[in-house]
Design a protein around this ligand. Sequence first.
Ligand SMILES: C[S@@+](CC[C@H](N)C(=O)[O-])C[C@H]1O[C@@H](n2cnc3c(N)ncnc32)[C@H](O)[C@@H]1O
Length: 274
Amino acid sequence: MPRRRQHVPWTAAGSASEAEHSADDVVRGTGWVFNNRTGDQLSLAKFVATGDHETIAYLYAFGLLHDEATETMVEVGSGIGRMTASFTRMFNRVVACDLDAAFLERCRETVAQFGRADRLQTSQVVDGRTLGLPDDSADVVFSYITLQHCHRDDALALAREAVRVTRPGGHIALNFRTWVLQDLVLWPAGKLVRASWRIPRIGKVIAQRRLPARLGWQANRLSPRDVLAVVGESLEAISIFRGPKRRGFGEPGTTDRTFVGVHRSHWWLVAAIN
Ligand SMILES: C[S@@+](CC[C@H](N)C(=O)[O-])C[C@H]1O[C@@H](n2cnc3c(N)ncnc32)[C@H](O)[C@@H]1O
C-alpha cells in the first residue's frame, strides 16, 4: 500500500521525538503535537497530568469508568502516552496502538514512569488502517484526537477495526471531527499544506513546523451518519456525544448527549458491540 500523505507529519514528529535526549525534552520540543502546548517550563509529568484529567473525565461521562481493573483497553493513537499512563492504572491490560514506532517507544517510557508497565502492550498500526490484534480481544476501544488525522478511508477502516477487536457487550469510544464555520478557511489551507508535504526535502521541514502541521494534519471531516453507515449494524445503545454549544446531529437510532469537555468541532461515538 502506498504511504499516505497524512502519515508524513506524524513520522516527522516521531523522528523528532526520537532525536531528543530525555522525555522532558520530547514534551518541550514536540508536546504541541499532542496538546498544543510547548515551552521550557513543560515536563513529562505535567504533560501526563493533562491526560490523567481527561481520561477520567471522558470515561466517567461515557459510563465506562469502573472501579476494578479487570478489563482490556485498546487505545488507538496513543502518541507518547499522555493518556496511556492513566489507562494502565485503570485497566488490567492496555494495548497502545500508533502509526509511529518512535512514539510507541516513548509511550513505553512514559508508562514505565507514570503508569503500570506490566499492564502495557504496544502495537504499531503499520498501514495506518489495520490493528494487528485478534477479534473480540478488547473490552473497550478508545481513540482521542486521532481519527481526524487519518485519510477518510483509514478513519472508517479503523472504526471497523475497533468494532472487530471489541468483544460482544464491550464498548467503543471514538472521537471524530466534523465541519465548523472556520473550515471555510481551514479546509482549503490544510489541503495546500498537505500538498506541500509531497515536495522533496522541503516537505519534511514544513511537516515539522507547528502552524502548517496543525493546518495540514486534519485530514477528514466525518459525521455520525458517515461512520454509522459503516459500523452501525454492529452497534447498540449508540450515544453521540457533542459539546453543548453545537446543535444535535439528529441521527436516528442514537441518543444525543452533551458533555462540556467536547470541543465544538468534535463528537464521540460511544456504543456497545452487539
Ligand atoms: C494528536 S495525537 C493524539 C495522541 C493521544 N491520543 C493524546 O491525546 O495525547 C494523534 C496520534 O495519532 C497517531 N496517528 C495518526 N494517524 C494514525 C493512524 N492512521 N493510525 C494510528 N495512529 C495514528 C499519531 O501518530 C499521533 O500519535
